[in-house]
Design a protein around this ligand. Structure first.
Ligand SMILES: [Zn+2]
Ligand SMILES: [Zn+2]
Length: 142
């Protein structure tokens, strides 16, 4: 897979991802609904060493579904979240798929946290559905 790149809305905060993401999918958790103002959020999970960031970010600390902290890094100018540290997983970062410069590079594999499916959203594809966090990344548990 070729390199992926992305940015916040104002392009101050930019990133590149080297290699294939660990997992791609849609998250239906309430935190993603609030963060995006939408029914769900496309995400990529990558290893820390795959991500290269330029620009300045501010941090917002929240608690994830695991009860462990998640630290969102957003642009200090436009507010777009560009990556999130999930303290429940070692060396894994989550990136909103909406920040990709070429959205066609997003290839979702699963829906996660479908127990929080809300806002009249209905899943109409054949991807796997998981009630909680993605099982595919449990091997990275901190
Ligand atoms: Zn920005
Ligand atoms: Zn979520």
């Amino acid at each position: 897979m070729s390199q992926m790149s992305g940015s916040c809305r104002c392009d101050q905060l930019q990133f590149t991802i080297s290699g294939k993401p660990v997992l791609s999918g849609f998250c239906h958790c309430h935190a993603c609904q609030k963060r995006t103002s939408g029914p769900c959020a496309g995400f990529l999970m990558v290893k820390k060493e795959q991500l290269d960031i330029t620009g300045q970010s501010q941090q917002f600390k929240d608690t994830g579904g695991s009860g462990k902290p998640m630290i969102e890094h957003h642009c200090s100018i436009c507010g777009t979240t560009v990556f999130t540290e999930l303290k429940v997983l070692q060396d894994i970062l989550a990136i909103p798929a909406s920040t990709l410069n070429n959205p066609s590079q997003f290839s979702p594999e699963t829906h996660v946290w479908v127990s929080s499916l809300n806002l009249h959203f209905a899943i109409s594809d054949n991807l796997s559905q998981e009630p909680g966090p993605p099982r595919a990344v449990l091997k990275y548990l901190a």
